[in-house]
Design a binder for this molecule. Structure first.
Ligand code: PXP
Length: 237
C-alpha cells in the first residue's frame, strides 16, 4: 500500500488571494493528518506566492507525520531547509513565470550544482528527493548525486488525451520506477494526479508514495461547500 503525501500549497494560495489569515494552512495540516495522510508537502517558492516562511516554521512544529519541503535547487533555499530541518527535502525546478512546477529537474545537465545542494542537505542528515521526469538518464543522474528518492513527474501521464498516449506514459513511468528501485532509490510520484487517474499508477509496485495537492483541495472546496453555506445560512436567518 502506497503512502499519501498531501500538498497544501493551494490552501495558502487562497489565503494569499486576500492577504489575510483564512484559510490557514496550519489548520489544514491538522485536518489532513486526522484524515489519515502519511505526510504533508509544501513548496516554499522564491516569490513566496503561497507558503510563507512563518508557515514553514510552524508546520515543522505541528506536523506529526512527515514534512516534505519542496525547494528550488538553490543554495539560499537549502540554507532555509537546514534551519528548519524538515523530514525530507524535494528539489524541484522553479521558474517565476510558471503557474505550477512544469517539468522535472534537469539533473543530468547540472550534476555538479545538484550534487552540492544534495551534499549540503545530507551533511545535516536530511534525506533528499529529486523531482524528475520519468527519463532513464535523469534517474541515473539522480543516483549519481546520491539522491535518496526520486519523485517521478506524472504530468505528461495526467495530461494525456488519448488512451494510447496514456498507455505510453504509464509504461515510461513504470520503467523509470523499476530502474530507480533497482539502483536503490525510493520512488515517489506526483503532479496532476486526480481521483480518476491515480488508480492505474497504484499498480506500479515500486512507487511507495503519491504526492497530491490540487485535486484534493479542489474536491474539498466542492464537498465542503454545502455544509459551509448551510452554517452561514443558519447564522444570518
Ligand atoms: N509533487 C511535486 C514535486 C510538486 O511540485 C507538486 C506541485 O506543487 C505536486 C507533487 C502536486 O501536484 P498537484 O498539485 O498537481 O497534485
Amino acid at each position: 500500500m502506497a503512502r499519501l503525501g498531501v500538498n497544501i500549497d493551494h490552501v495558502a494560495t487562497l489565503r494569499q488571494a486576500r492577504g489575510g489569515k483564512e484559510p490557514d494552512p496550519l489548520s489544514a495540516a491538522v485536518l489532513v493528518e486526522l484524515a489519515g495522510a502519511d505526510g504533508l508537502v509544501v513548496h516554499l517558492r522564491e516569490d513566496r506566492r503561497h507558503i510563507q516562511d512563518r508557515d514553514l516554521a510552524l508546520l515543522r512544529e505541528i506536523v506529526q507525520t512527515k514534512l516534505d519541503l519542496e525547494i528550488g535547487a538553490e543554495e539560499s533555499m537549502a540554507k532555509i531547509a537546514l534551519s528548519i530541518k524538515p523530514h525530507f527535502v524535494t528539489l524541484v525546478p522553479e521558474r517565476r513565470q510558471e503557474l505550477t512546477t512544469e517539468g522535472g529537474l534537469e539533473v543530468a545537465g547540472q550534476q555538479e550544482r545538484i550534487q552540492r545542494i544534495v551534499d549540503l542537505l545530507h551533511d545535516s542528515g536530511i534525506p533528499v528527493s529529486l523531482f524528475v521526469e520519468p527519463d532513464l538518464n535523469q534517474i541515473k543522474a539522480a543516483h549519481k548525486v546520491s539522491a535518496d528518492f526520486v519523485e517521478l513527474h506524472t504530468g505528461r501521464y495526467a495530461n494525456a488525451r488519448r488512451s494510447k498516449e496514456e498507455d505510453a506514459e504509464f509504461e515510461t513511468i513504470a520503467q523509470a520506477a523499476k530502474l530507480a528501485y533497482k539502483v536503490g532509490m525510493g520512488v515517489n510520484a506526483g503532479h496532476g494526479l486526480t481521483y480518476r487517474n491515480v488508480r492505474r499508477l497504484t499498480k506500479i509496485p515500486e512507487i511507495v508514495e503519491f504526492n497530491i495537492g490540487h485535486s484534493i483541495i479542489a474536491r474539498a472546496v466542492l464537498v465542503g461547500l454545502e455544509r459551509a453555506v448551510r452554517e452561514m445560512k443558519q447564522l444570518v436567518s
